[in-house]
Ligand binder design. Structure first.
Ligand code: SF4
Ligand code: SF4
Length: 433
């Protein structure tokens, strides 16, 4: 199943994508929202029919219709299940973009789009926000707020939102010193929230790539990948960000563009489709797509040698945009199975969305919590002490689940386990995950 090279996407139109659906319904039982609600309108097949009706003028983008689109996690589990190869992710992106570009989008969508434009591609603004959050989380104010339950008295939703805020790392990511003499080079996406929330994952990624002989370049002109904009219907802005990234990364002249956030990587691997109609960028986008790789996919292609021991009972949550978006399922498992001491226990439904899905857990709290609760039951059944995954959104959501249940379970990116195993080999000591 795992992709070994970047995909090249033949440009297709919305009607061509929709026409591939033969209404068989094989996708229904793969769809988390259909499983929870049992409604055709909240299934992949139903949503395709709604988008088809909207695109042909048989239905208007009413709030009710758009509500069914908004409840879609864009997890793309339906794509994996579909025997006809329906590109559901593209259909949903097109459907949302159609609503936004026609001006029919609800006010909440417009606000979301505005907020994402104003924050995500602006490292200084995002840095200031994260610094404020870090200060709050380390101040006595948080303990007082939680002890007194003041937020819960104002609004249960506000209280739940405060409790599910991600923990900001004590220091944001700074580019590390790298060993001299590395002859090969790759470029890496820094991302928007990852340097602040998971600097440790970035650091682990660089160390692993260095050990495999690669110098890691962080092109200065790179920007946010545009995934959240695209998923929110803001295709115009996502295309701008894609063009900026293509220029930044192709100018670096490297062997591969490495991404350790599956959601970002999935979108970046589809820049060729996003810019297929852009005469200036179509070819460069294809070139970019062909060298973009998820870090686990890239690393698994290399000889990792004998790894040191990491003693841990680990379960793996497939990030939707790695398994369904990028079709990478075996590489992370192969890496973890190569680490002595890891007891890998599969979840009952490892490729079912945890409810994170970009901004989904903020805008669709009820469904996101339902899915998280099912996921945490599933985790508890494995007795794992470590949950490994491959995307910062999943890490945040699973950490929130661990806190809600007061579990003593560590949430990590798979690359961190590999880094620990490589460190253990170097030091000659075993680690405890
Ligand atoms: S999307 Fe695929 S699986 Fe679902 S109804 Fe259409 S053809 Fe069948
Ligand atoms: S992307 Fe996920 S939530 Fe949306 S229709 Fe497909 S399976 Fe259901």
């Amino acid at each position: 199943m795992d992709a070994t090279v970047g995909h090249a996407h033949a440009p297709t139109t919305l009607s061509e994508d929709i026409a591939r659906c033969v209404h068989c319904g094989f996708c229904l039982q793969a769809c988390p929202t259909y499983i929870e609600l049992g409604m055709e309108t909240d299934s992949p097949r139903g949503r395709i029919a709604l988008i088809d009706a909207m695109s042909t003028g048989r239905a208007q983008p009413t709030p009710a219709l758009l509500g069914h689109l908004d409840l879609c996690l864009q997890c793309r589990a339906c794509e994996t299940a579909c025997p006809s190869g329906v590109a559901f992710g593209r259909i949903m992106e097109e459907g949302r973009a159609m609503a936004v570009e026609s001006g029919a989008r609800p006010q909440s969508w417009a606000l979301r789009i505005h907020a994402m434009r104003q924050v995500l591609p602006h490292p200084k603004r995002l840095g200031a926000l994260m610094a404020g959050l870090r200060m709050y989380q380390r101040s006595p104010v948080r303990a007082i707020i939680r002890r007194t339950g003041v937020l819960a008295r104002v609004s249960a939703d506000l209280d739940a939102a405060e409790r599910s805020l991600p923990e900001v790392a004590s220091a944001s990511f700074v580019q590390p010193q790298q060993p001299a003499g590395l002859t090969k080079s790759v470029a890496m996406l820094t991302g928007c929230v990852m340097p602040h929330l998971y600097s440790r994952t970035h650091e682990a990624t660089v160390r692993v790539l260095n050990r495999l002989g690669y110098r890691v370049i962080f092109p200065e002109a790179q920007t946010c990948c545009g995934a959240l904009n695209l998923h929110g219907g803001d295709r115009v802005f996502a295309r701008d960000l894609a063009r900026r990234n293509i220029d930044a990364f192709l100018d670096a002249n490297v062997e591969a563009v490495i991404v350790n956030s599956a959601g970002c990587g999935s979108t970046m691997k589809e820049y060729d489709h996003l810019l297929a109609g852009d005469v200036r960028y179509a070819e460069r986008a294809r070139q970019f797509t062909s060298i973009t790789k998820d870090v686990l996919e890239f690393v698994a292609e290399h000889d990792l040698g004998a790894l040191g021991e990491v003693r841990a009972t680990v379960t793996y949550q497939d990030s939707c945009h790695l398994v369904h978006g990028q079709k990478v399922a075996t590489a992370p498992r192969r890496i973890m199975k190569a680490i002595p001491g890891i007891d890998l226990r599969e979840l009952a439904a490892p490729d079912r969305c945890c409810g994170s899905a970009g901004l989904y857990n903020l805008v669709q709290r009820k469904m996101a919590n339902q899915l998280l609760s099912t996921k945490m039951d599933d985790v508890a059944a494995t007795s794992a002490t470590v949950i490994a995954t491959a995307n910062p959104g999943c890490m945040m959501q699973l950490e929130a689940g661990v806190r809600q249940r007061d579990m003593r379970t560590r949430v990590v990116h798979v690359i961190e386990l590999l880094d620990e195993a490589m460190s253990a080999r170097e030091s000659g000591a075993g680690g405890v995950g």
